[in-house]
Design a protein around this ligand. Structure first.
Ligand SMILES: [Zn+2]
Ligand SMILES: [Zn+2]
Length: 331
């Protein structure tokens, strides 16, 4: 037994563990620190991150792929196929590129990889006995289908004037502010839906499909059971209530689908030619995949801190989470 009490058992459980305690959005810290808040948002929007990548993809899709709203007033195969492609193509490109670089080509070796193990092959827990094929099926088959159907309904409602819409020309400030708040709304919605899915009955039948991936990869992001996807993508229905532009829904769609691809990549950063190319993985959520009953939300809105389920990356937090999990399943 090591006699040095400063040895932290948690560090041994990972190939790479970022600095801890993990940071949460300083917007909710007291006393307020404007500099910390500025740095948090600058870090999210002005580097290559999930937020900025999804915004860039949304602009590209809106300009190049999506038909004008006027064409969506009645259900017709043409525009509906384009909406499906607008979900499929970015997902395939981002997930395949990350998977190829990080796991197939092993372009950066183990650098900033959280888990010590590689992805699973020949494991009967997965559909097709293979983690990657399992994840591709649940992402492109289940998740993209549900996401697309919900988007069809919302675009159709917008096109018919059944809900309030806005334009950038008439409401530029509102449009920008609402865009900036979408990741936050997504975090609020995700926390509650995700907590519900961890109720033992729903967990076993539904959410366990996502949690087959203790060791996650880019394709694990939205590798979810059908019922989970039906709950998870209800986040889009906010656009039936809050006046939105089609670009808001497109950004929301990318954020909901592509940011999990990056956050589940299993690597904190993508490193190309010794340079950080992008911020990808999210240790906050990686801890959820390892220890389950912690970090149900995101670091954007600190619900976990407020409700006592925050794992900050320390060994003490692991102990607390294990006790909580035991209590949950013996109740
Ligand atoms: Zn979960
Ligand atoms: Zn996950």
């Amino acid at each position: 037994m090591p006699s040095d009490v400063t040895i932290d058992p948690e560090s041994d459980r990972w190939n790479y563990r970022p600095a801890h305690p993990l940071a949460l959005n300083p917007l909710f810290s007291w006393p307020p620190s404007p500099m910390a808040i500025l740095n948090w948002y600058r870090g999210a929007w002005l580097q290559i991150t999930a937020v900025s990548t999804c915004m860039a993809l949304a602009l590209l899709i809106w300009w190049l792929i999506l038909p004008p709203l006027a064409a969506m007033a009645s259900f017709a195969p043409g525009w509906m196929a384009w909406v499906w492609l607008a979900n499929m193509v970015p997902h395939v490109i981002v997930a395949s590129t990350l998977h190829w670089w990080l796991y197939f080509h092993k372009g950066q070796g183990m650098r900033t990889k959280f888990e010590k193990r590689d992805l699973a092959r020949n494991n009967g827990i997965f559909t097709f006995n293979n983690q990657v094929w399992d994840n591709i099926w649940w992402s492109l088959g289940s998740a993209v289908t549900v996401a697309t159907v919900y988007q069809w309904l919302i675009f159709w409602a917008m096109a018919n004037g059944y809900v309030l819409t806005v334009t950038f020309a008439e409401n530029p400030v509102w449009c920008v502010v609402w865009m900036a708040f979408i990741p936050m709304w997504s975090g609020v919605h995700f926390y509650w839906v995700h907590r519900l899915e961890h109720q033992p009955a729903l967990y076993k039948r539904v959410h366990a499909v996502h949690h087959r991936n203790v060791n996650t990869g880019p394709w694990s992001g939205i590798s979810n059971h059908w019922f989970e996807n039906m709950l998870y993508f209800t986040t889009y229905f906010i656009h039936l209530i809050i006046p939105s532009h089609p670009l808001h829904l497109t950004f929301h769609a990318m954020f909901q689908q592509i940011s999990p691809v990056m956050s589940h990549s299993g690597f904190e950063r993508v490193i190309v030619n010794e340079t950080q190319a992008a911020r990808a993985g999210d240790f906050f959520h990686q801890l959820h995949h390892r220890y389950f009953e912690c970090n149900y939300g995101t670091s954007e809105i600190p619900f976990d801190k407020w409700f006592g389920t925050f794992h900050d990356g320390s060994a003490a937090a692991t102990e607390r989470t294990r006790k909580f999990k035991k209590q949950m399943y013996t109740r």
